[in-house]
Design a protein around this ligand. Structure first.
Ligand code: GDP
Ligand code: MG
Length: 166
């Protein structure tokens, strides 16, 4: 099996940390050059039965300048072409305007979206459940997966869930 996965989410939610953990420093292509319309391959995960190509789709966040509309179209087209979208949020911060904006854009694509709630090492489980319930009411996520990219909790399980969609 092989397929493409886009990781989206506001800055600092842990996208690079997740990729580094999944792919390993050796072959990860970690370009942080912002605001390009080109969809960069960020890294490739390979195991015995799957290859997952992670791509970066800049421009899905709230536009700050005039190129925003064009880049948004480019980004949405990229999201339509992948097998799975990982929408990563920070468990510590809860739902905000940045997340609301991204969810509105996700309504324009049919690709399965996994809500990845990262940094669960920083919150009590009692705080996590209301957040999950809130997100559940906002969008029909294909999966909701709480993880800690830093500590590795649930990361293997997330990879297995991605493989099921390839
Ligand atoms: P990106 O901007 O989405 O790529 O976010 P980064 O991967 O650069 O992470 C931003 C900050 O959050 C860094 O200081 C990371 O060490 C930290 N971070 C990422 N994942 C986790 C996590 O699971 N738990 C905790 N506590 N910190 C994390
Ligand atoms: Mg990053």
């Amino acid at each position: 099996k092989s397929g493409f996965v886009a990781i989206i989410g506001r800055p600092n939610v842990g996208k690079s940390t997740f990729l580094n953990r999944v792919i390993g420093q050796k072959i990860a292509i970690m370009s942080d050059k912002p605001q390009t319309t080109r969809n960069k391959i960020q890294g490739i995960y390979t195991d015995d039965d799957a290859q997952i190509i992670f791509i970066d789709t800049p421009g899905v966040h709230k536009p700050k300048h005039k190129l925003g509309d064009f880049m948004m179209k480019v980004a949405l087209n990229a999201l339509r072409e992948v097998d799975v979208i990982l929408f990563m949020v920070n468990a510590e911060e809860g739902f905000g305007r940045g997340e609301a904006f991204i969810i509105e854009r996700l309504k324009e694509v049919d690709t399965p979206v996994f809500l990845v709630i990262n940094k669960i090492d920083r919150v009590h489980p009692d705080e996590l459940l209301p957040l999950i319930e809130q997100y559940r009411g906002l969008y029909p996520f294909a999966e909701i997966v709480p993880i800690s990219a830093l500590e590795g909790n649930n990361v293997e399980r997330l990879i297995e869930q991605i493989k099921q969609r390839l």
